[in-house]
Design a protein around this ligand. Structure first.
Ligand SMILES: *[C@@H]1O[C@H](CO)[C@@H](O)[C@H](O)[C@H]1NC(C)=O
Length: 488
């Protein structure tokens, strides 16, 4: 328990979701706050369900989207029926809510020079996000120096390629990307330190609408729009967090410094009312502060509070869930990691608290006791062991009646009421062949032609119903088909 002032949390309690083998580098909580995804540098994605979880706080499913690739971002669709997984591979993947793979986007041809002509990214992805409102649209950014917009129903090619503006032609990685709240603008952090923003309007493309040449002096790890679209926050390896006024981006409104950052996924999050924003810091041996969450007041542009998360781990991802009023912070280092959940026992709701309330079951399925078995082969029949299940099954298999074995076809002429195979194995086949009504060539013939062959004969010599009415009835008039296709 620790006190944080000013942020509404009176008492902060901490929970720890299951350890991973390396730092937790991606985090996504769905809008209802019941399902949480975490991704790690240990290549795994873990899925948590707060409703079905007990106080051991274990994931219900683990995935490995791409063997040997760090997980870099996870993002729920607006309705949380699917999620996007971005890893260090060139191909983003889409999963359904339960973790079943729905598909992966194509990888582009790396020998094509112009990125606009490739069908997908050609090197590792850095970030990606589902459109905040459109259910079918996602955005990705890559080390190949492009951003791409995709339709999730078409895994074979992107819808649009965006190439950032560069001082010199070449390939500079796009280190992070994001949508604004309405999905009308996208922002990209470019490896040359520039921040570029594109507005989605008819005919938009390569030229950014906003271009901040010297956004940061090192790689940008996160960009975040406020939902009113007035400010943009940026976080970078250069140990700073900058606040930008979107109406004039020449100079940052404010720069917060001395925020160590060694992870390309270190992000920024807003509080639900957006009065505060927060970011994590990386552990550095010299500084001794460890991994900390820093909270800032948006109006006053000042530090409000610092909450220690771990003395030896770096804090990478943070999120403040509006419905649950809980703060998630992922942390770790090269050999372990995990997700912390901060909550106020009086202010926070459900979420991780559900699991604290449900104590682990006393007995679990996998700690059953084995009953001892005593064999006594020479006992009286009455006391003998039941033959084993396997032997019983083998015995019934040998008995044709008990095992419902189908009768084998007869070879040679038939007898005892069964027809032999000598001339067509089925009686009807045999009879029809005798009567000559079915020719053996029927397999190769067009059925329509086969029927029409008899048309003339049938007209001259009508056999079935027609002759009975021929005397008394007028010529049949058939209704015309009213479907256009058939008239043609
Ligand atoms: C990653 O995805 C989340 C959505 O789950 C998004 O909020 C975030 O801004 C994305 N990117 C970064 C750099 O955090």
């Amino acid at each position: 328990m620790r006190r944080i002032f000013c942020i509404g949390f009176q008492r902060v309690m901490k929970l720890y979701l299951e350890a991973t083998l390396k730092v937790v580098s991606a985090l996504a909580v769905d809008h209802t706050g019941s399902r949480v995804l975490s991704g790690s540098y240990d290549y795994s994605v873990r899925m948590y369900d707060f409703q079905g979880m007990n106080s051991r706080l274990q994931s219900f499913r683990q995935l490995e989207p791409f063997e040997g690739h760090q997980v870099r971002n996870l993002s729920w669709s607006p309705s949380a029926d699917r999620f996007l997984c971005v890893s260090g591979s060139a191909q983003a993947k889409i999963y359904d809510r339960d973790g079943l793979t729905l598909g992966e986007f194509v990888k582009g041809d790396m020998y094509i020079r112009d990125l606009k002509n490739t069908k997908g990214h050609i090197s590792g992805l850095t970030c990606g996000e589902w459109h905040p409102q459109a259910k079918e649209t996602i955005l990705t950014s890559s080390e190949d120096g492009s951003l791409r917009i995709w339709d999730v129903n078409d895994f074979k090619s992107q819808k649009q390629v965006i190439k950032p503006k560069l001082a010199r032609p070449g390939r500079v990685p796009v280190t992070t990307c994001t949508w604004d709240r309405e999905g009308k603008r996208i922002a990209g952090g470019i490896g040359d330190g520039s921040i570029q923003i594109w507005s989605l309007k008819p005919g938009w493309g390569s030229r950014p609408d906003v271009f901040v040449e010297k956004g940061h002096s090192e790689d940008i790890t996160c960009l975040k729009f406020s939902s009113d679209g007035q400010i943009l926050l940026s976080r970078s390896f250069d140990c700073s967090l900058k606040v930008w006024d979107l109406r004039q981006m020449k100079e940052a409104l404010k720069v917060f410094e001395n925020l160590p950052n060694n992870y390309a996924q270190t992000n920024i999050a807003f509080s639900p009312d957006e009065h505060l924003f927060l970011t994590g810091t990386s552990f550095e041996r010299e500084s001794k502060t460890g991994g900390v969450l820093c909270f800032y007041n948006r109006a006053k542009l000042e530090l409000v509070s610092r909450v220690g998360i771990s003395p030896t781990f770096s804090v990478v991802r943070c999120a403040w869930h509006p419905k649950l009023n809980q703060i998630f912070a992922t942390a770790g280092d090269k050999s372990q990691g995990g997700t912390h959940v901060l909550y106020d026992p009086t202010l926070s709701e459900r979420g991780a608290l559900v699991c604290v309330a449900s104590a682990p079951r006393k007995k679990s399925l996998d700690d059953f006791e084995v009953q001892p078995v005593i064999h006594n082969p020479h006992a009286l029949p009455l006391f003998r062991d039941q033959p084993s299940r396997k032997r019983q099954r083998e015995k019934t298999l040998k008995d044709p009646l008990k095992s419902h074995k189908p009768e084998l076809p007869m070879t040679g002429p038939g007898f005892g009421g069964r027809v032999g195979v000598s001339k067509g194995s089925l009686l009807t086949q045999y009879l029809l062949k005798q009567g000559g009504m079915i020719k053996e060539t029927w397999m190769e013939e067009d059925p329509r032609e086969a029927i029409l062959k008899f048309a003339d004969a049938a007209e001259k010599d009508p056999k079935y119903i027609a002759p009975a009415y021929a005397q008394t009835q007028p010529d049949p008039v058939f209704a015309k088909s009213d479907s256009e296709d058939e008239e043609k």
